[in-house]
Design a protein around this ligand. Structure first.
Ligand SMILES: C[S@@+](CC[C@H](N)C(=O)[O-])C[C@H]1O[C@@H](n2cnc3c(N)ncnc32)[C@H](O)[C@@H]1O
Length: 327
C-alpha cells in the first residue's frame, strides 16, 4: 500500500484559501471541540458540524487525514479489482468531500459524475467551494445535496461511506450500509483504526457479504475475519504531510501525521484470483538477514512469515514491503 501521500496541490490550495479569512482563534476553538467530540464515538442526535466555522475547522484539521485513508483504501481495492474504473460516485455523509477528492485522485479521468450527500448545508457549501477550481472536472461539476439519513442512496459505480458510521446508532449503521450497497457496484466503508472502528467495519462487512458482494480489500477472502475474538484488530495507517496551518491547529511539531484507519471495500465486479495474495497486517520487522511479517492469508488464517536473506529476490521484496501491502 502506498502509505505516504501529499494532498493534491489543488486541494491544498483550496483549503488554505477557504480558511484564510477565519481568525485562527475561532478555528482552534472549533478544532478543540471537534477533537473532543470525535474521541467519544456515539450517536449524534444533532449534527456535530454546527455551522461555517466548524465546517472550515473540519476541512483544515481532519480532511487531509480522511482523504489519505480513503485514497489508500481505494488504491488497495483498485489493485485487486482490474475492472474497477468507476464513472459515478456517491459519497454518503460526504461532508466537505474528502472521499470524493480521494476517488478523483485514484480514478482520475474515469470518474465523470460525483454526488455528495450530507445533512450539514455549511459542510456541503464549503465542499462545493473547495472543488470550484479542482483539476478534476467531475469534482468541479459535483452535485452537493442536503440529505439526512435514513434516506434512499442513489445507485453508483462506487459508493463511499467515510468516517460516518460512528455518528449513528448500531442498527442505523447497518441500515445505512445496506441502503448504500443496494445499488452500488462497489462500496468502500472507512472508519478510524481503533478497536471500535474495526468492530463497525466488521459489522458492515457482514452486511455486504450477506448481500452477495465480494470483499476486494483489505481481506484476501470473504470468510470470517481471523482477528475476531482476539485482542488484535485489523487497521492500517496513512501518512499525510501537514501544512503549516494544520500544524498550528493541532499544536503539532511533526511535519506529518499517521492516520490510523480500518476499512472494507466490497464489490460486485470480479476480484482477480491471481491477486488473492496475503495482506501485511503490521509494519514488517527487519532484523539482520531476516524480515518478519504478520499476514492475513487467502485461506482465512493469520500467520507469521519469515523471509531470510537466503531467499534472494523474495528477501529484497520483503524489505521493501510495507504495512497494508499485498504479499
Ligand atoms: C466525520 S464527518 C466525515 C466526513 C467525510 N465523509 C470525511 O471522510 O471526511 C461525518 C459526516 O457524516 C455526516 N452525517 C452523520 N450522520 C448523518 C445523517 N444521519 N445524515 C446525513 N449525514 C450525516 C455528518 O454531517 C458529517 O459531515
Amino acid at each position: 500500500m502506498d502509505l505516504a501521500a501529499d494532498l493534491p496541490a489543488d486541494l491544498a490550495a483550496a483549503l488554505d484559501a477557504a480558511t484564510a479569512d477565519i481568525p485562527l482563534r475561532e478555528l482552534e476553538a472549533s478544532v478543540d471541540r471537534l477533537i473532543a467530540r470525535y474521541r467519544t464515538p456515539g450517536r449524534a442526535d444533532r449534527p456535530i458540524l454546527a455551522g461555517r466555522i466548524d465546517a472550515a475547522a473540519y476541512a483544515a484539521y481532519r480532511m487531509p487525514a480522511t482523504w489519505g485513508a480513503v485514497r489508500a483504501a481505494l488504491a488497495a481495492a483498485a489493485a485487486r479489482v482490474p475492472d474497477l474504473a468507476p464513472q459515478s460516485l456517491v459519497d454518503v455523509g460526504g461532508g466537505t468531500g474528502a472521499a470524493a477528492w480521494a476517488a478523483a485522485a485514484v480514478f482520475g479521468e474515469s470518474l465523470k459524475d460525483i454526488t455528495v450527500l450530507d445533512q450539514v448545508p455549511e459542510a456541503l457549501e464549503l465542499g462545493r467551494g473547495l472543488a470550484r477550481d479542482a483539476f478534476s472536472g467531475a469534482l468541479r461539476h459535483a452535485e452537493w445535496r442536503q440529505v439526512r439519513f435514513p434516506a434512499e442512496v442513489p445507485g453508483a459505480d462506487l459508493v463511499t461511506v467515510s468516517y460516518v458510521l460512528s455518528e449513528l446508532a448500531p442498527d442505523a449503521q447497518q441500515a445505512l450500509v445496506g441502503t448504500s450497497a443496494k445499488n452500488a457496484q462497489t462500496i468502500a466503508v472507512i472508519e478510524p483504526g481503533t478497536p471500535d472502528g474495526y468492530q463497525r467495519i466488521m459489522a458492515a462487512r457482514d452486511v455486504l457479504v450477506g448481500m452477495g458482494l465480494h470483499v476486494a480489500a483489505p481481506c484476501p477472502h470473504s470468510d470470517a475475519c481471523p482477528l475476531l475474538g482476539t485482542r488484535d484488530w485489523c487497521h492500517f495507517a496513512s501518512r499525510i504531510h501537514r501544512s503549516p496551518l494544520h500544524r498550528r491547529l493541532k499544536g503539532a511539531d511533526l511535519q506529518y501525521e499517521d492516520e490510523k484507519f480500518a476499512y472494507v471495500v466490497a464489490t460486485r465486479l470480479p476480484v482477480a484470483e491471481a491477486q488473492a495474495q496475503a495482506r501485511i497486517l503490521r509494519h514488517p520487522q527487519i532484523r539482520k538477514g531476516l524480515v518478519m511479517m504478520q499476514l492475513c492469508k487467502p485461506d482465512g488464517t493469520v500467520a507469521q512469515e519469515l523471509v531470510s536473506k537466503r531467499q534472494g529476490d523474495t528477501y529484497r521484496a520483503a524489505r521493501d514491503a510495507d504495512w497494508g501491502d499485498s504479499w
